[in-house]
Design a protein around this ligand. Structure first.
Ligand code: NAD
Length: 478
């Protein structure tokens, strides 16, 4: 399919005729070959988003909410088909794919409703002959850049509030996993947005970003991805005074408090770690466990991780799928070798599974490692891999200090039944999202985003709309 770009209400082929193959990480097979755009297509997309802005931003919130709600419903009606494609291109098991599709629909529904309550202010006047009020004004055309791991949810987190606020949008997904979003845009086309309001640009990241940065008609870049690319964009946006919001990487601690049953804690830890094989920005990736229960926790975690069924995400009995790219398998092996070379122990996994079933995919066994020390790579780099590293501790203050000892601050998890420990941890952990006995805290109606190097701004909740508004203050002499 060459006509893979949705620009100005039409499916079009890239101007220079390039294509890209999307590969199934479980089988190595091509899922689809589609058109892949570049600079000239990015310019067309900005033209369309710019031209559509005046009409879309002038609509009432009720008029803007209607197609957003229709889209939420269409996504839910087509969830099974979308989920299958998502599993084929990203590798996650079907259940996880259905969860992502549902969470994407939630974003459109939530913002269709929330925008009706996003009022300006009437501010009390000090001088008798003045009146003051604020008006919320959409920032303008926005580029929404998303990574490969949650292509629907992460794009929806940006374009749902942007469209609700009155901005027009250009969605630019990672080309290696753009098919589900491409299919979702067929639903965007059916939902009744005016041409140019919501555009899909599949194409070369640097060329597209150069256009987004250089063109003054494009008012904001909303980016989710790695710290490295996010930092680069931040610098380039600063040079041009272009608005930017950043959702970046994480290295989330998971603290098991001393009151926990070690088996129950291990069950939660294994669930938290191996969702999407650890390739989630809020994946728990450093597990702090009291030394008094460390051996029991290790044994149970290794037993549960070894029992996870590895396979093609489309198979009903698969618990964990492949990693996304061969490079992720190499990186995981690198973390494992580094742990071994520095005195850590691999309790299970630690290598690719053997057998015909795994020969063509990017598979790695769920791995539990212990006796982890701060000098190991897995404690320093964002792992994004299926390794559950265990660090023993004796004192809760030490655990909290080690948990905060990272430049990242996206999510943090605590397992405890003691309210005082839960409150203390929530207050002291340096993270934008804190899950107390909750390993999947993300929700459309709640704020999502990072402290420290994990980002700028928040998505979700009413804060998600704020990033797409300018506040205009109007002072009236009477
Ligand atoms: P990445 O930074 O390599 O790519 C992210 C997006 O940026 C992709 O669409 C990519 O094509 C594009 N891109 C790459 N180079 C670019 C450039 N020079 N200019 C503009 N765009 C460019 O990240 P990734 O490997 O796709 O995703 C994994 C990372 O994303 C991890 O660090 C993960 O933690 C992070 N992430 C963060 C969140 C969050 O909400 N905070 C969510 C998911 C993933």
């Amino acid at each position: 399919m060459k006509e893979s770009l949705y620009i100005n209400g039409k499916w079009v082929a890239p101007q220079q005729g390039g294509t890209v193959k999307v590969t199934n990480p479980a089988t190595g097979e091509t899922v689809r070959e589609i058109g892949y755009g570049g600079r000239a297509d990015a310019v067309k997309a900005v033209d369309a988003a710019h031209d559509a802005f005046a009409e879309w931003s002038a609509k009432t919130v009720y008029e803007r909410a209607a197609p957003l709600l229709r889209l939420a419903n269409l996504i839910r009606e087509n969830a099974d088909d979308l989920a299958r494609v998502l599993t084929q291109e990203v590798g996650k098991p079907l259940g996880e794919s259905r969860g992502e599709i549902g969470a994407g629909a939630d974003q459109f529904e939530w913002y269709a409703e929330e925008v009706k309550r996003s009022a300006g202010d009437v501010i009390p006047n000090r001088m008798g002959d003045k009146r003051h009020l604020t008006i919320r004004h959409p920032v303008g055309p926005v580029a929404a850049i998303a990574p490969w791991n949650f292509p629907i949810l992460l794009t929806a987190r940006k374009i749902a509030p942007a469209l609700a606020a009155g901005c027009t949008v250009i969605a630019r997904p990672a080309s290696q996993s753009c098919l589900t979003l491409l299919d979702m845009f067929k639903l965007v086309a059916a939902a009744g947005f005016p041409p140019g309001t919501a555009n899909l640009l599949i194409g070369n990241p640097s060329e597209c970003s150069e256009v987004f940065l250089e063109d003054p008609r494009l008012k904001k870049i909303s980016f989710t991805g790695s710290l490295e690319v996010g930092r680069e964009l931040y610098v380039e946006c600063a040079k041009r005074m272009k608005k930017v919001s950043l959702e970046l990487g994480g290295h989330s601690p998971f603290i098991v408090m001393p009151d926990m049953d070690p088996d129950e804690a291990a069950e939660r830890a294994v669930f938290a770690k191996f969702r999407n094989m650890g390739q989630v920005c809020i994946s728990a990736s450093r597990f702090f466990v009291p030394n008094a229960m460390k051996t029991e926790f290790e044994n149970k975690a290794a037993e549960l991780a070894s029992a996870l069924a590895i396979g093609n995400g489309l198979d009903a009995d698969t618990d964990v799928g492949p990693l996304f790219l061969p490079k992720r398998v190499e990186d995981t092996a690198r973390f494992v070798e580094d742990i071994k070379s520095k005195g850590g122990r691999i309790l299970c996994g630690g290598r690719a599974p053997e057998g015909e079933k795994y020969a063509k995919g990017n598979f790695f066994m769920p791995t539990v490692a212990t006796d982890i020390t701060p000098d190991m790579l897995i404690m320093k780099e964002e792992p994004f891999c299926p390794v559950l590293p265990i660090i023993g501790y004796d004192d809760i203050d030490d655990a909290l200090r080690m948990a905060n000892d990272t430049p990242y601050g996206l999510a943090a998890y605590v397992a405890t039944r003691r309210l005082d420990w839960a409150v203390k941890a929530a207050e002291r952990l340096e993270a934008g999202i804190i899950g107390i006995n909750d390993c999947t805290p993300a929700a459309a109606q709640c704020p999502f985003g990072g402290m420290k190097s994990s980002g700028l701004g928040r998505e979700g909740w009413r804060q998600g709309l704020e990033g797409y508004y300018e506040t205009k203050y109007v002072s009236i002499g009477v």
